[in-house]
Structures are given as C-alpha cells and as structure tokens.
Write a protein that binds this ligand. Structure first.
Ligand code: F6P
Length: 342
C-alpha cells in the first residue's frame, strides 16, 4: 500500500515519534510511506516530503518534520475535490492524519466522502474525547510546571503575585495539571471559573503571614474574565479566536495590582509546545504510530487508535470529534481542596 502521513494544527511534542512509529511498522509490513507537507494544504496541493529511514533522530525531536498548517479543506473552494485528485494522481491507498479535534473532524468528513483515512489523536490541550490522554499533554504541562517552579523563587523574593498564563483553548487540563504539579495557589480554568473576590481572598490570606507573602496563579489562556470582549480579534480557518491576543494573565495581574499587590503576568506560550517530548509522550506516540499503521494494514478506515486505561484500542473517528473532553468535577475537586475552597 502507499500510505500518506500528514500533521495538521498546532505542533505537538511527539509528532515525530508518531511518524517514526508509523514508518517503522508500515515499512516492515511492506508498505510505502510518503510524507505530506503542511497538513491538509499539502494533500490539496500535492506537496510531499520524504520520511527518513534514519529513525534515530525522530524519537526525541520536537515539532513535525512534515510541517503543519491550520488549513481547512472544507472552507476552501474545491478543497475536497483537490484532495480526491491528489489521492488518484498519486495512487494513495490511505492517509494517516495526525491532529486534534479540527484535523480529525476533517478526516472524519473525508471518510464519509469515501476516502480511506486513519487518524492519530494529537493535542497538548488533552481535550479530545474518546482517548484518556493525548500525546504532547504530558510534555506541555511538565514545561508549565517547571515554569512555576522557577517563578516561585522570584515571587518569594519580591513578595509578588505572579500570574502564569498557560495554553489550552477550551479546556483547562494543562493549567490544572501544571498548577497542581507546580504548587499554584490559585488555578483558573474555563470550566470552573472563580470570582475575582475569591482570587483576592486566597491571596490576601497568604499575605497575612510574612513567610507566605507571595503567590502563584495559574490561568488558562481561554479563561473568560468578566466583560471579555473578543470583537475584532483574529480567527483561524476553523473559527478559533487568537487567545494570546486576549492577554488574560495581564488582565488578572492588573486587578491584583489595583487591589494593592505587586503583580506581574508571565505567558508560558509556545515554550509549552517546543523541544523534545517527555519519555511518557515518546512511548504513547510510538504506540499510537504503530497502531495507526496496523489499522491501515487491516483496512480499518475511519478509525483512530486511542488510549483507554493502559490499552491502545481502535475507536471510530466519529466518536472522537464534535465534543471536547473538558475538565470534570472529579478533577476539579482536588484543585478546590488544594486552594482551600472546600
Ligand atoms: O491547540 C493547541 C494550541 O497550542 C492551543 O493550546 C493554543 O490556543 C493554540 O494551539 C495556539 O494556536 P497557534 O499555534 O495557531 O497560535
């Protein structure tokens, strides 16, 4: 079989390890593997790149050797026809799309158009349904937690309140896990907003004693602050607003300054997506890549491998898209207790 691989959406540590897993397994089954450049854009326009046989560099390499974009073929004139042409002209028997909700949504629609697609769930946000964890999440929250560890000493030295903004478009998983791991005193996520009064009361309580006169606040970039105005803010082809433009961390730091605290905002930003994947993510990515190649080999299209408990199992793409996996009450309870709110 001739198998195309593409990566689409925000780059995620572990993408190259998935590509490696696919290539090793597919080639050992006797199949040909072709890299498609720039996600759906490359599949529309027939842009290809070789997938190396030197696998050693891929396991710990961040980013994606196939490049990525946020192109939506269903928003482009003749986008789907162009993809069908690329399949025909290049003799593809299957395409494996490594991506998040938007990418897998496109793969699901293309399956319905009769194209042989397999997905691999990817996002640092960990908000994909039908899989317990997505690769990249572990790396991203570890980097953000490391950021909190480092900020602790400077916050303490200056009796400051540091507000640390973390990625996560709709879901607060990164902020929750990094906040818990890095010992944040306030955790602000979109799913369970707290009032500014509550935030101030936690901070004030800490400042009652000299030795705790400092605080770390972890906030998701998608946290909706009172009176948030998104008019005129740039959106991508999937209709997502550029959250970094909203500067939620700065808005909260400003409220704290107004209340009399010395406060600063820090944006963790793209550091969370950069660099090598954690060993956990390398293992998960490798397992997913191998399982995706096996799905293609078995001609189980319209499916993706997913992590359920400790097992990698096949699930239909249709189950993974459409609804997001948000932080639930169970997880939030722990955060509330750490913050002393219950
Ligand atoms: O979806 C992953 C993600 O990293 C989000 O956490 C973030 O909001 C978004 O991508 C940033 O998108 P871009 O790379 O297009 O700026």
């Amino acid at each position: 079989m001739k198998i195309g691989i593409l990566t689409s959406g925000g780059d995620t540590p572990g993408m190259n390890a998935v590509i490696r897993g696919i290539a090793i397994r597919a080639r050992s089954l006797g199949h040909e593997v072709v890299g498609i450049k720039y996600g759906w854009k490359g599949l529309m326009e027939g842009l290809f790149i070789e997938v190396p046989y030197d696998y050693d560099s891929l396991i710990d390499m961040g980013g994606t050797i196939l490049f990525s974009s946020r192109t939506n073929p269903f928003k482009r004139e003749n986008g789907v026809d162009q993809i069908k042409n690329t399949f025909k002209e290049n003799g593809f028997d299957a395409v494996i799309a490594i991506g998040g909700d938007d990418t897998l949504g496109v793969a699901n629609k293309l399956t319905r158009e009769g194209l042989p697609m397999v997905g691999v769930p990817k996002t640092i946000d960990n908000d994909l349904d039908a899989t317990d964890y997505t690769f990249g999440f572990n790396t991203a929250y570890s980097i953000a937690a490391d950021g909190l560890d480092k900020l602790k000493t400077t916050a303490k030295s200056h009796n400051r309140v540091l507000v640390v903004e973390m990625m996560g478009r709709h879901a607060g998983w990164i902020t929750l896990y990094a906040g818990l791991a890095g010992g944040a005193h306030v955790i602000l996520i979109p799913e369970f907003p707290l009032s500014m009064e509550t935030v101030l009361s936690i901070v004030k309580k800490r400042f009652e004693k000299e030795e705790t006169s400092w605080a770390l606040i972890a906030v998701s970039e998608g946290y909706e602050f009172e009176n948030l105005d998104v008019t005129g803010v740039e959106t991508d082809e999937f209709g997502h607003v550029r959250l970094d433009k909203l500067k939620i961390g700065e808005q909260i730091a400003e409220q704290l300054s107004k209340a009399g605290f010395s406060s600063r905002a820090i944006v963790m930003g793209y550091l969370q997506r950069g660099g090598p994947p954690s060993p956990y993510d390398r293992v998960l990515s490798t397992r997913l890549g191998i399982a995706a190649a096996d799905l293609v080999h078995e001609r189980k299209f319209g499916m993706m491998p997913a992590l359920k408990g400790t097992q990698i199992v096949p699930v239909p793409l249709s189950e993974a898209v459409g609804q997001l996996k948000l932080v639930d009450e169970h997880h939030w309870e722990f955060a509330k207790k750490v913050m002393g709110l219950d």
